[in-house]
Design a protein around this ligand. Structure first.
Ligand code: NDP
Length: 247
């Protein structure tokens, strides 16, 4: 069993760092050409260049919450690479606070990035997949989108929304052999989670049966599997990658 995605073109939103960068690396390693999208184009290009091996990765500036930018970026990727076969909706952000302290702007930023962003990229990139009768859309949600979490009403709403979106779109696109799944990471060691105190970190680790934080590579492995031929009878599912934290 060897995964081979050579000949495929993958778009990874938020691929410039953290989990997205690990996903871009893992997809490139199995032969996929990768388009890395982020708001900071310098970082997106650097991340693409670091994938190496002549896979022809490229970085693009794209704020996924901006409909016009998404439309033009998807068109640019299709022009540059000739097609898009795999989309990983990974771009995400947090503005954590308790309910009464969440500003409307912070609600909108989180929902627009995490949920609307996935909708916009999927809508534009899926057209070509439907025409070619092959596609994989993988949405990066979170275990807290299943369990809920104090201080994250905006974030958990966006991630729960992404699960509903995944299931609905999987039903719409199944007849065209476009498979839509979600990956729900637990606590992964990235910039997004490095803000917490060492004491809170220790408490979290104690709640994880596998007794360690996850790494980007743990999430990337699940994404590569779902993008591969080995997952060709799986759609509308949420694959939890959390060391057993939420059961
Ligand atoms: P990071 O903050 O490390 O990276 C976020 C990435 O998203 C960056 O590349 C960033 O680039 C990009 N990004 C942010 N906003 C936008 C935007 N509006 N448009 C385009 N790109 C954007 O996050 P993680 O790697 O930790 O998280 C990645 C995903 O995994 C997120 O969806 C997150 O919710 C999810 N997740 C993370 C967990 C964790 O423990 N870390 C747990 C569960 C889920 P730039 O700023 O240049 O745009």
């Amino acid at each position: 069993m060897k995964i081979d995605l050579s000949g495929k073109v993958a778009v990874v939103t938020g691929g410039s760092r953290g989990i997205g960068h690990s996903i871009a690396q893992a997809l490139a390693r199995v032969g996929s050409r990768v388009a890395v999208l982020a708001r900071d184009v310098t970082k997106a290009r650097e991340a693409a260049a670091s994938l190496g091996d002549g896979q022809g990765a490229q970085g693009y500036e794209c704020d996924v919450s901006d409909a016009r930018q998404v439309e033009t970026t998807v068109a640019a990727v299709e022009k540059d690479f000739g097609r898009i076969d795999v989309v990983v909706n990974n771009a995400g952000t947090t503005r954590d606070n308790l309910l009464f302290r969440i500003a409307e702007e912070d609600w909108d930023t989180v929902l627009n990035t995490n949920l609307k962003g996935a909708f916009l990229v999927t809508k534009h990139a899926a057209r070509g997949m439907i025409k070619r009768r092959w596609g994989r859309i993988i949405n990066i949600t979170s275990v807290v989108g299943i369990s809920g979490n104090k201080g994250q009403a905006n974030y958990t709403a966006s991630k729960a929304g992404l699960i509903g979106f995944t299931k609905s779109v999987s039903k719409e696109l199944a007849s065209r052999n476009v498979l839509v799944n979600a990956v729900a990471p637990g606590f992964i060691d990235t910039e997004l989670t490095r803000k917490i105190t060492p004491a809170a970190r220790e408490t979290l680790i104690r709640a994880i049966p596998l007794a360690r934080l996850g790494e980007g590579a743990d999430v990337a492995a699940a994404v590569v599997f779902l993008a591969s031929e080995f997952a060709s009878y799986i759609t509308g599912q949420v694959l939890v990658v959390d060391g057993g934290m939420v059961l």
